[in-house]
Design a protein. Structure first.
Length: 187
């Protein structure tokens, strides 16, 4: 099925989603990669607030390329999500609702997704121009010294995503190949 969602989202918004569904996401999406995640953990360890509202938020693992004149953002394809696995459960427990990236996640992240009624969605790897076309506005929130890895606030419209991990324990990286093998055996 295909769903349209606008951030911030609630557990109730995400409850109908199942691994394999598609989402057209609109609203505010924050960006952060490895270095920014490390700094976020340092803030939390020091009892400081995060630089953006985490409850109901969507966080895109991307380090966009520099924009050309007249563009809002350069190519904005996802980075490998597994590099954020050490940080993601803590952010999910604080209310983050949607993670966006590419690649498989570890069991601790999967458990945190279910525990928090969240989802992990894949963006189209290798299609950074398509993802960038969904971005309607951009503002650097913090850590500009990180360059492409600075935390940004993106305003997106109909960003195409695929649900990989759902709030019910579904994992497209497990169910997808199994369905393919079953279908292939029936041919």
């Amino acid at each position: 099925m295909q769903y349209k969602l606008t951030t911030p989202v609630t557990r109730e918004d995400l409850a109908p989603l199942r691994a394999g569904d598609t989402v057209l996401l609109s609203g505010t999406v924050y960006t952060a990669r490895d270095a920014a995640h490390g700094r976020m953990m340092d803030l939390l360890d020091a009892g400081q607030p995060l630089p953006f509202p985490v409850k109901g938020s969507a966080l895109y693992y991307v380090g966009p390329t520099p924009e050309r004149p007249g563009q809002i953002i350069g190519s904005a394809g996802p980075t490998t999500s597994g590099r954020m696995d050490a940080y993601s459960p803590r952010l999910l427990d604080l209310g983050q609702a949607i993670m966006i990236g590419k690649g498989a996640r570890n069991q601790t992240v999967k458990d945190a997704v279910v525990r928090n009624g969240a989802v992990y969605c894949a963006a189209l790897g290798g299609a950074g121009a398509l993802m960038a076309a969904c971005v309607k506005a951009l503002e650097i929130v913090c850590w500009e010294d990180l360059g492409c890895e600075a935390v940004r606030r993106l305003e997106v419209e109909d960003m195409p995503l695929t649900v990989i991990l759902d709030a019910h324990g579904g994992d497209l990286y497990e169910s997808g190949p199994a369905a393919y093998r079953k279908a292939a055996g029936a041919i």
